[in-house]
Design a protein. Structure first.
Ligand SMILES: NC(=O)c1ccc[n+]([C@@H]2O[C@H](COP(=O)([O-])OP(=O)(O)OC[C@H]3O[C@@H](n4cnc5c(N)ncnc54)[C@H](O)[C@@H]3O)[C@@H](O)[C@H]2O)c1
Length: 224
């Protein structure tokens, strides 16, 4: 059994993660940290082997540092924060625990990023439209920023422009539209429920302890 605590446990994603962990035979939910539950990360850390963080952009970095300090592996789904201090810190002194950061845990979104990177090698121009529910704090989304980064690296172009839409009724959606002489190509992914992220989150929880590097970004590294 892997002992798992969830930071942001009262949030939309955190609640779904708690249910998924409780439903997995090889995982045990040992803590729910969230100011809304009057429970802090420090309180739940001693019982955990892995922390899953779905909090806010201004909390994720500090939470990850607390986990690493305690020797607890951490899976970060929170978006909209700069992870470079974690990467630099891991390079400077090898931490006792690992970090996996993924802007999107849905397998379809990982494939969308892969296909968009492939198309970027062949099509002249592209733009990204990302659409999310109107309570999302960050824009552009972490998925759109990561897609743009991967496309620029694959295609050798400037990163594509990103347009952000925030509306009630949406969950998490993205279109990458390519244009070239007399043709367009659209690659689209839709997460229509938060359950779409759970297989990826559980895979990350099971694998974070045996990563090849102390800090890994992107679920794709666990799928190949
Ligand atoms: N990686 C992915 O696949 C993926 C998918 C969906 C959402 N997200 C991201 O996950 C994050 C959470 O999204 P959400 O919709 O669940 O937000 P939410 O606002 O519903 O939940 C966030 C929760 O974190 C709690 N929180 C804030 N600071 C905390 C701290 N220091 N310690 C513990 N808990 C704390 C809040 O009280 C809140 O309950 C966002 O950054 C969002 O962009 C990522």
């Amino acid at each position: 059994m892997i002992r798992v605590a969830v930071a942001g446990a009262a949030g939309r994603m955190g609640e779904t993660v708690c249910e998924a962990v409780q439903g997995a035979e090889d995982l045990e939910l040992v803590g729910r940290a969230d100011p809304l539950l009057q429970s802090s990360l420090e309180e739940v850390l001693p019982d955990a082997e892995v922390v899953v963080d779905f909090t806010q952009p201004d909390s994720a970095l500090e939470n990850a540092r607390a986990c690493l300090h305690a020797g607890v592996d951490v899976v970060i789904g929170t978006t909209g924060f700069d992870p470079s201090p974690l990467i630099d810190g891991a390079a400077a002194e090898r931490p006792r625990a690992n970090v996996l950061i993924a802007p999107n845990f849905a397998i379809g979104a990982v494939l969308m990023m892969r296909f968009a990177s492939e198309a970027a090698k062949h099509m002249a121009k592209a733009e990204i439209i990302e659409l999310h529910h109107d309570r999302k704090l960050d824009a552009p989304s972490g998925t759109a920023a990561r897609t743009a980064e991967l496309m620029a690296a694959a295609g050798g172009h400037e990163p594509p422009a990103i347009h952000s839409v925030r509306l009630p009724g949406l969950v998490a959606h993205q279109e990458v539209i390519f244009g070239d002489l007399g043709q367009t190509l659209t690659i689209r992914h839709d997460s229509i429920s938060r359950e779409s992220f759970m297989p990826g989150v559980l895979l990350a929880v099971r694998r974070v302890g045996s990563l090849p590097e102390p800090v890994v970004i992107g679920l794709e590294s666990l799928l190949s």
